[in-house]
Design a protein around this ligand. Sequence first.
Ligand SMILES: [Zn+2]
Length: 271
Amino acid sequence: MKKVSTQLFFLFLFAQSINAQEIKLIGIAEPGGLLIGTGKNISAVYLNDSRLKVDKNGMFVMGFDRDAAGTQYLKVEFENGKKETKKIQLPKRKYVIQKLKIAEKFVNPPPEELERIEIESKYMKEARSKVGNIDSILFRKGFIKPAEGRISSVFGSQRILNSVPKNPHNGIDIAAPEGTPVLATSDGIVIIAGEDFYYNGNFILLDHGLGLSSIYLHLSKLNVKTGDKVTKGQKIGEVGSTGRSTSAHLHWGVQWYGNRIDPMSLLNISF
Ligand SMILES: [Zn+2]
């Protein structure tokens, strides 16, 4: 597992003025990183040209995709008309190449499964499109690692399955025996508690507000249902090996809207 250097952990303070305008950013600015911003008397926040939602306590979130690169511009407008722009330079991030041998049916699914896979993929797209409807931060209590166990696969690895290059690994894998409790990383709403999907197996997708979501794949058991409210640390399921999985583990993924976020970056955030 790659250890995140504490030197990378930073906090910006800028726009300090007689009006006590101050924006704090907590987190790691790198590809796959998540930043939480807080400030007073904010009227609008933009990341590049996209307007970000700001919750009633002046908090906002931004995440950088696995492949994000270059300079990002954070623009903050205050109620008194003042504006501040902060340049965020993303460092280059190297990802490991991971060669895996898995059952052939998961690399090239048999024709009779294609219809099912397509239906499930549409269903996932629809579910993911609902993330972003919650205008408040539900994760004010911070985040926890959702299962005890060794990190067996890190975020972002370029995967080669049975010699065929595939999509990068958009999460982390935590190896743990079947039945190990899976906990909600933070407060949230269950967008889907899905059963027996071809790739995901049994899984849970949580919405944490302001576009942030987390997903838990390959579960042996689900303890929640679609629409449930969950709290940080609540048991939502159990580790398993359902779907595209070779041995019992939890795949934990995080997205900010469609951006692929390294789940480990959440664990460096404390308010
Ligand atoms: Zn995984």
